[in-house]
Design a protein around this ligand. Structure first.
Ligand code: NAG
Ligand code: NAG
Ligand code: NAG
Ligand code: NAG
Ligand code: NAG
Length: 513
C-alpha cells in the first residue's frame, strides 16, 4: 500500500544536520556517559499492541479489538495474538536484561485488569502485571507504566459514549487507583494517558481510529459523530481524567510510594510548507493546536489563546477550580516523536461552516495528501521540539517515550535483511540520540529515551505491515519466535558503555588497528 511506503521514514536531511553539529567521527565518540547523570535508556510497547491473549483469562474487548475485528487495520489483521507477550514475558525480560535496558515502558490493559470497565478487579489481570513487574525488577529493569494507552473497554463506549461522557473521568480515576494501589509499591514512573492530542482527532474528527466518529465532510465513512465539537470534548475529558488521577496520586500515594507521574503527548513537529509568512504562521498555529492544546493548560491553566479565539464556544471551559487542578498536574511530560508535518495555511473566516480541528487551525489537514507526500523525518526536529518546550513551557522534565524506525513488512525485503540486517534502524537511532545529547548539553531537561519498539508489535492502523522492533517477531510462527536484530546488538553495545556511533573496524585510524 502506498501509505505504508510513505510512512517508512526516509533519512534525507539527517546527515546534513548531524555533520554540522558534531565533531568528526572518531575524534570524540559519544558514549552514554556523555548524557546527564541518571539518564535512562529503555524501549517500549503498549498492552493492546504486544500482549495478545485477547480473550484469555477474562480479558474483555477494548474499542481497538472491535475496530480490528471489523477489518479496519491496513492489513486486515488484529492483535488477538500479536507478539504474545502475555505468554512470553519471562523470555522478553531476559532479552531486555541481556540488551542492557535500564527501563521498559509498557501499559496496563484496562479491559484485562477491570474487564467491565468499573467494579470487579480480574485476579488473573492482577497476577499478570504483578508477575511482569516482579520479573522486570528482579532483572534490574525499571517499569515505566502507562495507565491508559488507547484501549478503552468497549463496554464503556457502549454504555455512555466513552470519552464523550464525563463519566469517563470517574471510571478512569477508579481504574488508575487500582493501578496505584496494586503496583505503586514497585512502579515509580506513571504515565496517566498516552497521546491525548491524537486520540480525539483519529477517533472523533477524521474517524480513522476507533470509535470511528466524524461528520461530513471531515471523515471517511463515519457512523455518527460531530467533527466540530466532539474532538474538543474528548480531549477535555482526557485532560480532566489525567488531572484527577494526578491529584489522587499526590494526595494518597505519592508520599508513601515516592513515584513520579506525568502524561505523554504525540510530538509531531510542524514546519511551514513554503517560505510564505502565511505558512509560517500556520505552522505556529498548528503547533499550538497540537502541543499547546495540552501543554498550555498543564503549565498555564487554560487552553492556548489562539484556540480560545478560533474555536470559541465549542472549546470547553476550564473553570477556576478545574484550572487550578490541571495546572502543574505533572512531574514530567513524555513525548512520542517521529515525524515532521509540512503545514499550509488555508483561508477561513469565523462564519465558515462546518468546521473541524484543522479548519479551526486554518491549516490544510497535512494527512489529506498523505499518499502524495513523503512523510518526512530528520533528527533536527527533535531538537526543535525540545527547544520549543524549553522556551515556551519553562523547560519541564521531558521523557522521549517513543522514537523509532519502521520498516516495511517482508515481501519488500529479503528474510535476512528483514530479520537481522536493519542498518537503517541503527543509523536512525544513532542520529536521534546524537541530537538528543546535544540538546541536553544546550539546556534541555530531557531525562530519558525509549526506543519504539522493543519487539515487533501490532501497529495502530498498520497492523503488521510496519515493524519497529529492535527484536523481530515471526508473526507466522505459532511460537512467535523472537529475533535479535543488528540494531538491538548495537543498542546493547551502547548501553554497556560502547560508542554511540562505533567506528567500523575498516574505518579505524591505522594506529588503532
Ligand atoms: C534503507 O534506507 C534507504 C534510504 O532511505 C532505502 O533506499 C533502503 O531501501 C532502506 N533499506 C531497508 C532494508 O529498508
Ligand atoms: C455539531 O454540533 C454543533 C453544536 O451543537 C451543531 O451546531 C452542529 O450542527 C453539529 N453538527 C453535526 C454534523 O451534527
Ligand atoms: C467566509 O467564508 C465563507 C466560505 O468560504 C464565504 O462564503 C463567506 O463569504 C466568507 N465571509 C467573509 C465575511 O469573508
Ligand atoms: C495537497 O494537494 C493539493 C492538490 O495537489 C495541493 O494543492 C495542496 O497544496 C497539497 N497540500 C499539501 C499539504 O501538500
Ligand atoms: C541552544 O539554546 C539556545 C537558547 O535557548 C538557542 O537559541 C539555540 O538555538 C540552541 N541551539 C541548538 C543547537 O538547539
Amino acid at each position: 500500500m502506498a501509505l505504508l511506503r510513505v510512512l517508512t521514514p526516509p533519512l534525507f536531511l539527517s546527515f546534513f544536520f548531524v555533520a554540522a553539529l558534531t565533531t568528526p567521527r572518531g575524534a570524540s565518540a559519544l558514549t552514554r556517559r556523555d548524557f546527564p547523570e541518571g539518564f535512562v535508556f529503555g524501549a517500549g510497547s503498549s498492552a493492546y499492541q504486544v500482549e495478545g491473549a485477547a480473550s484469555e483469562d477474562r480479558r474483555k474487548p477494548s474499542i481497538w479489538d472491535t475496530w480490528s475485528h471489523q477489518g479496519y487495520s491496513f492489513d486486515g489483521s488484529t492483535a488477538d495474538v500479536s507478539a504474545d507477550q502475555y505468554h512470553h514475558y519471562k523470555e522478553d525480560v531476559k532479552l531486555m536484561h541481556n540488551m542492557g535496558l535500564d527501563a521498559y515502558r509498557f501499559s496496563i490493559a484496562w479491559p484485562r485488569l477491570i474487564p467491565d470497565g468499573r467494579g470487579q478487579i480480574n485476579p488473573k489481570g492482577l497476577e499478570y502485571y504483578n508477575s511482569l513487574i516482579d520479573e522486570l525488577i528482579l532483572n534490574g529493569i525499571q517499569p515505566h507504566v502507562t495507565i491508559y494507552h488507547f484501549d478503552l473497554p468497549q463496554v464503556l463506549q457502549d454504555e455512555y459514549g466513552g470519552l464523550l461522557s464525563p463519566k469517563f473521568i470517574e471510571d478512569y480515576t477508579s481504574y488508575a487507583e487500582v493501578c496505584f494501589k496494586s503496583f505503586g509499591d514497585r512502579v515509580k514512573h506513571w504515565v496517566t494517558v498516552n497521546e491525548p492530542n491524537i486520540e480525539p482527532i483519529g477517533g472523533y474528527d477524521t474517524g480513522f481510529q476507533p470509535p470511528r466518529r466524524c461528520s461530513y465532510p471531515f471523515g471517511v465513512d463515519c457512523a455518527g459523530g460531530n467533527s466540530s465539537t466532539e474532538p474538543y470534548i474528548a480531549a477535555h475529558h482526557l485532560l480532566l481524567a489525567h488531572a484527577s488521577a494526578v491529584s489522587l496520586y499526590r494526595e494518597k500515594y505519592k508520599e508513601t510510594q515516592g513515584g513520579q507521574i506525568g502524561i505523554t503527548l504525540l510530538g509531531w513537529w510542524h514546519e511551514p510548507a513554503t517560505n510564505t509568512p502565511q505558512d509560517a504562521a500556520a505552522a505556529r498555529r498548528m503547533t499550538e493546536f497540537h502541543i499547546g492544546w495540552f501543554m498550555h493548560p498543564l503549565v498555564y491553566g487554560d487552553y492556548p489563546p489562539v484556540m480560545r479565539s478560533r474555536v470559541g464556544a465549542r472549546l470547553p471551559v476550564l473553570t477556576a477550580p478545574v484550572s487550578k487542578k490541571v495546572r502543574r498536574s505533572f512531574d514530567f511530560i513524555g513525548f512520542n516523536h517521529y515525524i515532521i508535518m509540512r503545514i499550509r495555511s488555508i483561508d477561513t473566516n469565523s462564519s465558515q461552516q462546518p468546521r473541524d480541528y484543522y479548519v479551526d487551525a486554518a491549516v490544510q489537514n497535512p494527512a489529506d495528501n498523505i499518499s502524495k507526500v513523503q512523510v518526512e523525518t530528520a533528527p533536527w526536529s527533535l531538537s526543535k521540539l525540545l527547544e520549543h518546550l524549553k522556551l515556551n513551557y519553562g523547560n519541564p522534565p521531558v521523557w522521549i517515550h517513543e522514537n523509532g524506525y519502521g520498516s516495511a513488512a517482508p515481501g519488500a525485503l529479503s528474510k535476512t535483511e528483514y530479520d537481522y540486517d536493519d542498518a537503517n534502524r541503527t543509523e536512525f537511532l544513532q542520529d536521534y540520540l546524537e541530537v538528543l545529547q546535544l540538546s541536553t548539553r544546550n539546556g534541555s531537561n530531557a531525562r530519558g529515551y525509549f526506543v519504539w519498539s522493543f519487539l515487533d508489535v501490532f501497529e495502530f492502523l498498520f497492523g503488521y505491515q510496519l515493524r519497529f522492533g529492535l527484536c523481530g517477531v515471526d508473526m507466522s510462527d505459532p511460537g512467535r519466535t523472537r529475533y535479535v536484530r543488528n540494531s538491538a546488538r548495537w543498542y546493547s553495545g551502547f548501553l554497556h558503555g560502547g560508542e554511540l556511533r562505533p567506528v567500523a573496524q575498516s574505518e579505524k585510524p591505522y594506529s588503532e588497528k
